[in-house]
Design a protein around this ligand. Structure first.
Ligand SMILES: [Mg+2]
Length: 287
């Protein structure tokens, strides 16, 4: 889709008025973590750790960022990923960097928390699986659209991606609304995508609630609609909440006011994590 003059103006004003430097964000997080008995760092995956690309199946976290995140598990009591992706995808993304036994000290919450190896979380939230018949009925309802866009099937539902077909945005949104009006499904927007998922699904707010039970300073970093529930919990439901948004031209405007800090792009997130590792390991040495 062509960039219009209005969009450019908006982005420029966001850049000038809302963005924070890595240093400012780091200071805020260190201040929040200071004196906390137990810290948590939770990151979204796509658009936060992994740059958004045209083919979502090929999204990757850069090696240096993955290694920093793993090293942070030695400094921060809970390091977690909360993603709309399936658990297997996120596990595979970190597989090259684990210790050879397949052990990953990062806690992974896939499908917005619905898929995880965290036994205590699973006791509280059931795995959301969309019935195959319901999936087929939805596909029948949106049949005219399916061949025009990229369709992703998940255990919990389906995702209509229109990143590569921007002219179909309106058609995708109205089809998703029709599905949500017809069947007991939730309609969750994403960047250039709409997810249709089973009603009663966990969200990232549930993940924050769970982790906040074990940590008294919780930092969440995210970039998209699916992160709003997490930011709401971090800002209001946790004791030491720190909310960091990741700006891009596609950042939902709703996020601006929910984030204490906004960084520009995934590279700034990677820089922040590296600086955070340096600062925390230094302060551990100083003790
Ligand atoms: Mg994201």
């Amino acid at each position: 889709m062509p960039i219009t003059g209005t969009d450019c103006l908006e982005w420029d004003s966001v850049r000038q008025t809302k963005l924070n430097s890595v240093e400012e964000t780091l200071s805020g997080i260190l201040a929040g973590y200071k004196n906390s008995a137990s810290k948590a760092l939770i990151c979204d995956f796509d658009g936060t750790l992994a740059p958004i690309i045209n083919n979502p199946a090929e999204a990757k976290i850069p090696e240096h960022a993955a290694k920093v995140l793993l090293a942070l598990t030695k400094e921060i009591e809970i390091v977690a990923i909360a993603s709309g992706r399936g658990l297997e995808f996120i596990n595979n993304a970190f597989a090259p960097y684990t210790d050879g036994t397949g052990r990953n000290p990062i806690k992974i919450f896939g499908l917005y928390g619905s898929q995880t190896d965290e036994e205590e979380f699973k006791k509280l939230h059931k795995t959301s699986v969309m019935d195959q018949t319901l999936k087929e009925l939805i596909l029948q309802l949106i049949a005219p659209l399916v061949d025009k866009i990229d369709l992703e099937l998940k255990d919990s539902g389906l995702v209509l991606h229109y990143r590569n077909y921007p002219d179909f945005e309106e058609e995708v949104l109205s089809a998703a609304q029709l599905v949500a009006d017809t069947f007991p499904v939730l309609f969750v927007r994403g960047k250039k995508a709409v997810e249709l998922t089973v009603a009663g699904h966990t969200d990232k707010g549930d993940v924050i609630d769970y982790i906040a039970g074990y940590a008294d300073a919780v930092c969440y970093i995210g970039d998209d609609y699916g992160d709003i529930a997490a930011f709401d919990k971090v800002n209001t439901g946790t004791k030491g909440g720190l909310s960091v948004g990741v700006f891009s031209e596609e950042m939902p405007p709703e996020l601006y006011d929910k984030c204490q800090f906004i960084l520009e792009g995934t590279a700034a997130v990677h820089e922040l994590l590296a600086e955070l590792l340096g600062a925390l390991s230094q302060s551990a040495t100083d003790l």
